[in-house]
Design a protein around this ligand. Structure first.
Ligand code: ADP
Length: 233
């Protein structure tokens, strides 16, 4: 589904990602892990086309995305939840979800996405008329994920979905990730700091250190040594 080959990304003249390669298979949950500042968010932004790569390729569903801007990537079926969620606090929950449909200039509105999100996160239906800024941290995270789902993406990219959420909501997000994969066949790529959460939801793991992938594999291959050396555990 998503394939990244030898991606190089700079901030100015400083190289932040070095020859990063990664694959996310259909219907799989891939966790990208590593300490703060190693380049995880930079990689997600590069996948989304928010940052321009200096070299390498991003292929999605067989199409080369490398030169395509973020709106085209989103229209072609990638939903993105940025770190800090990126929701509009002065708009209502419903208006935020509508933004997910409209943000990329789609002329034909498919409202079924909003009903589906209400099915996934009933609390968003209950709170549809409330301003997003009045929701709890966990509810805002659900809204941010919901907004990325309204366009029925084939791949969902999540930057630290558990950041600032209560354990009960964390559990709900875990269930949603599992059901999007199992019932919807969706592929999910997430950056995750909580090792326990990542081990529960992930099918495959990539570990980064200073802009390079230093380890990858299934849970069975994901050794305690790697966790100790490269993760904040
Ligand atoms: P992570 O997501 O793993 O915490 P980031 O991708 O946010 O790491 O950052 C990787 C590196 O790039 C860090 O050294 C960070 O300081 C640097 N960096 C991040 N954003 C910028 C920016 N806009 N300009 C310059 N350097 C940046």
């Amino acid at each position: 589904m998503l394939s990244i080959q030898n991606l190089n990304v700079n901030y100015g003249e400083s190289r932040v990602l070095h020859d990063v390669s990664m694959d996310v298979a259909d219907g799989s949950v891939v966790c990208l892990m590593g300490r703060n500042g190693v380049g995880k968010t930079t990689l997600l932004k590069s996948i989304m086309g928010i940052l321009k790569a200096r070299g390498g390729h991003v292929t999605f569903g067989g199409a080369d995305m490398t030169t395509r801007p973020p709106n085209v990537r989103a229209q072609s079926g990638i939903g993105y939840v940025p770190q800090g969620r990126g929701i509009f606090p002065y708009l209502t929950v419903y208006e935020n979800l509508l933004m997910g449909l409209e943000a990329f200039g789609s002329k034909k509105r498919d409202m079924s996405g909003i009903d589906r999100v209400y099915g996934t996160f009933p609390v968003l239906k209950e709170m549809a008329g409330r301003t997003a800024g009045a929701l709890s941290g966990g509810q805002q995270q659900q809204l941010a994920i919901g907004r990325a789902l309204v366009r029925h993406p084939k791949l969902l990219v999540l930057d630290e979905p558990t950041e600032g959420v209560q354990p009960s909501i964390m559990h709900e997000i875990e269930n949603v990730i599992a059901s999007l994969r199992d019932d919807g066949g969706m592929a999910i790529l997430l950056v995750e700091q909580f090792l326990d959460f990542a081990l529960r939801v992930g099918d495959r793991y990539y570990v980064m250190e200073t802009g390079r992938i230093v380890s990858q594999g299934s849970m069975a291959e994901f050794s305690d040594d790697v966790a100790r050396e490269y993760l904040a555990v």
